[in-house]
Structure formats: structure tokens, C-alpha cells
Design a protein around this ligand. Structure first.
Ligand code: HEM
Length: 250
């Protein structure tokens, strides 16, 4: 199957779910992030001791979209597109559909054969200090800029949960950073990004952004950081497979 066909199948699947529920897009972005401290689709695997069972992964949304895309892809050409690639493509399409930037997603990830709840402790937690959050990103080769560039700007389902971005909870934009500047962040850990000297510098730049006009191009930088994040600990044929169904290993 050509890359173009695979991408268009994922895109149309995400679009059809987005049309009936636009709040699915932050769910899909977060799902990719939570998979990506090892981007191998392991967050999709079901099981009592699998990653999904870990505390930071409770409340993940959008798994049915990935399953749907997988079923459509397998029907056309079985065994080619991994669940990890579908996650990366769906996250990109979700941001794009929410008026955010778009980027080219490198593909070819293989799916892991193991999913351990204990691995979720690598994920940064809202209870971590900024220093620990930075360290957790650094352990995976991401720096402070990447942390801020990828940090939850688009937001969730205001009816079911607290929106993390007052002002424009369903749009992908700079209002998250303006809220940090103005002391209006929802998560205490997000607000601490304003007090930490290094992250403060970056927040100030993003808060003053005028899309496309200022030199500091958040949209471009966000795409770059996402590509970096979606390359963390990627699996190859040696240690991975293309799953037939995303919720279980072959
Ligand atoms: C220091 C790092 C991070 C911390 C502490 C953090 C923490 C959180 C928390 C506590 C929530 C709320 C969960 C809930 O309502 O159940 C959340 C939601 C979210 N996060 Fe993060 N996050 C971090 C990094 C990221 C990154 C890197 C991304 C994307 C690349 C991301 C994307 C999202 C999105 C889109 C949501 C909304 C999900 C939804 O509506 O279902 N986060 N985050």
C-alpha cells in the first residue's frame, strides 16, 4: 500500500470521528504522547498489567478511532501499517483539524510485543516538579523547548472534564501560554512553568506570538517537536511486528 493511501485512510477515519465529536482530537494527541515514551503502540494493548492500567493512563480517549482506522487499513492491505504509525498520523490529523499546524509524519514504526503498566512511570506527572518533568523529557532526548512546544495546548472535553486551557479549550492556539503568563493555568504543574526561569523565557515568547508574523514560529516548532517525540524508542523488524488488531499482540 502506498504511503499516500495509508495516510488518507487514517485521515478520513479521524475526520469522520471528529465530525461527530471534535473533542476527540485532544484525546488522540494525548494518546500518541502517552504511547511515545516508546512509540510502539503498546498503550493500545489491553490487559490487567498493561500500560492502560497505569494511573497516568486512566482517562485516555480515542482508542476506538485507532481501532477503526486499523480495521479499514487491514481490509485494504493487511499487515502493512503499524498501530504505532496510525497513532502518530492520527495525532497529526487531529491537531490539523483543530486549526493547528500540520507536519510530515515519518512512518515505518513497528508495534511492540510488550505493554507494562510499570513503564508508565516514565511519563511526566502533574505532581512532578518542573525539574523532574524536564529530566523525564531529557531521559528521552527531548529538551525544555520540546516540553513546552508539545505541552497540551489544545484541549479537552469541557463537558466531561476540566478544560486545561481557559479561553479556547477546543482550539489549538497560544491561549494556553497566555494563561500561564496571567496566572490562569488549571494544573499547578503547568503554572509552575511560569516560575521556572528557563521555562518562563519560552512561555513568554509563545504567549506573545502572532500566528505566522513573529519570528518565533510556534506552529513550525510544534511540528518539529512532535516529530522528535514520535521517534522515541521506535521499534524495527528486529523487536517489533505489525499488529493485526491494535489491542493485542499477534
Ligand atoms: C509535563 C508534561 C505533562 C503533564 C504533567 C501533563 C498532564 C496532563 C493532565 C493531568 C491532563 C488531564 C488528564 C485528564 O483530564 O484526565 C492532561 C491532558 C492532556 N494532555 Fe498532557 N501532560 C503533559 C504533557 C503533554 C504532552 C507532551 C502532550 C502532547 C504532545 C499532552 C497532551 C495532552 C492533551 C491533548 C490533553 C487533553 C486530553 C483529553 O482531552 O482527553 N500533554 N495532561
Amino acid at each position: 500500500m502506498g504511503v499516500y493511501l495509508a495516510e488518507s485512510i487514517v485521515r478520513s477515519t479521524v475526520e469522520s470521528h471528529f465530525d461527530s465529536d471534535p473533542t476527540i482530537s485532544p484525546g488522540l494527541l494525548r494518546l500518541h504522547f502517552h504511547d511515545c515514551f516508546g512509540c510502539d503502540g503498546s498503550v493500545l494493548i489491553k490487559g490487567k498489567s498493561a500500560e492502560q492500567a497505569a494511573l497516568p493512563n486512566l482517562g485516555l480517549r480515542g482508542l476506538e478511532v485507532i481501532d477503526d482506522a486499523k480495521a479499514r487499513l487491514e481490509a485494504v492491505c493487511p499487515g502493512v501499517v503499524s498501530c504505532a504509525d496510525i497513532l502518530a498520523l492520527a495525532a497529526r490529523d487531529s491537531v490539523d483539524l483543530s486549526d493547528g499546524p500540520s507536519w510530515r509524519v515519518p512512518t515505518g514504526r513497528k508495534d511492540g510485543r510488550l505493554s507494562l503498566a510499570t513503564e508508565a512511570s516514565n511519563l511526566p506527572s502533574p505532581l512532578d516538579s518542573v525539574a523532574v518533568q524536564k529530566q523525564k523529557f531529557q531521559d528521552k532526548g527531548l529538551d525544555t523547548h520540546d516540553l513546552l512546544k508539545t505541552l497540551c495546548p489544545p484541549n479537552g472535553d469541557g463537558s466531561k472534564r476540566v478544560a486545561l486551557d481557559i479561553g479556547s479549550p477546543s482550539k489549538f492556539d497560544e491561549s494556553f501560554f497566555k494563561n500561564l503568563r496571567d496566572g490562569n493555568a488549571i494544573l499547578e504543574s503547568d503554572q509552575r512553568l511560569w516560575s521556572d526561569a528557563e521555562t518562563n523565557e519560552v512561555v513568554k515568547k509563545y504567549a506573545s506570538r502572532l500566528r505566522g508574523l513573529l519570528g518565533f514560529r510556534f506552529d513550525y516548532e510544534f511540528g518539529k517537536a512532535m516529530i522528535k517525540m514520535s521517534s522515541i524508542d521506535v521499534k524495527t523488524d528486529v523487536d517489533g511486528e505489525v499488529r493485526k488488531v491494535c489491542s493485542k499482540v499477534n
